[in-house]
Design a protein around this ligand. Sequence first.
Ligand code: IMP
Length: 434
Amino acid sequence: MPATVLIGCQWGDEGKGKIVDLLGERTDWVARFSGGPNAGHTVKVDGETFILHLIPSGILRPSVRCVIGNGVVVDLDHLVEEIRTLESRGIRVAGRLHLSGAAHLLLPYHRWIEEAQRQDVRVGTTKRGIGPVYQDKMGRCGIRVEDLLDPDRLRRRLREELERVEGTLRGAGARLPRPRAEIARRWSRRYAEIGRHLAGSIGDTTDRLHRALARGERVLCEGSQGTFLDIDHGTYPFVTAAATTAGGAATGLGLSPRQIGRVVGVAKAYTTRVGNGPFPTQFGGRFGDRFRRHAGEFGATTGRPRRCGWLDLPMLRQAVRLNGIDELVLTKLDVLGGLPEIRVAVAYRIGRRRLTLPPTDPGLWERCRPEYVRLPGWRGDLAGARRPADLPPAVRRYVARIETWTGVPVRLVSVGSGREEIVRMPRSRGSISS
Ligand code: IMP
């Protein structure tokens, strides 16, 4: 059975965690393929809220096995804490979590470098050290999860890297917080201990997934961040440091593109972004502040206020093309209730040019003015809707227009944060809602 990939269509925070949890009902494996603790997936189950940063949201379904793939960067202190928190809340992790030996370790010095070099300020990052750890990976001087299993090698590698990091920090006018030898000694001990603790989970996750697919098991590849934070296809340089688009699922897990059978795109019914960079449909002034408060748009990882704006179709069309999206999931539709009118950007204008897809140059993107279509709003709370017929006609029209504009069917509409607050739209055979 081919794998399904789930991707965010915008700048992250589309509500992927809830959808992964929902699809987890009919999935054997959930595998994360990129990013690290910069992600924040919020899932509400029976009134309880879980925020996951590293472990795939599938962990909340007891029968699902989870993979942290080679494309992910792993902050060990964070991972241990997340496992502890889940287990203390009755979620069994041991035996269900498989961690790729080829994943890179995100160490505290990656955060120190990010701040010393002010990468966080330029890009508006999550300050988790994501840029520097992927720099080390590409610079071929990273330390990987499998190094944890060989304490001598781990000690040697930490000593070597700390020497290099000390030089980098000095170049940026900063210093290590403690003497280098002391840090190396402490970390060698601590991380080797974590390695012993996690040893049963560490292994060749590519092999595990290939075998699972060969047995006919269902694999869901969980994207993190969103299409336009992709290092190549996003609004560079205001992006994360990894591949967030569907192709990243192949390289970040070691699957072949032929093993990916379906791509599901998750989009909010409007648009949000945290961090710097272009955002043509962004709300300004007091409306923007009111909307953010009403929608609860504050970052799950950093608590930062998210910038909010209307749905942007040039972006959505591009996300459909880049990822090969077969089906869309529309989230947070309930938030738009009560507005007298809803706008959707159907194209951009730059001077006399009309663009129906975003430009690759973020400088140009910054200058794009949205061309809006105005649609009637709707009254009433959608949270109780469970069937398409429960949705007001204006909502159904909004959804139908999105399908026409993107050429992709909307299969699920989320109308609240709870697991059950979902409407399955009419479907064709084999769709995700089957
Ligand atoms: P970094 O991934 O921490 O390096 O941040 C790079 C950019 O991606 C910044 O604009 C962040 O705000 C954004 N970003 C990273 N992770 C997420 C996420 O999970 N949701 C939304 N934005 C994110």
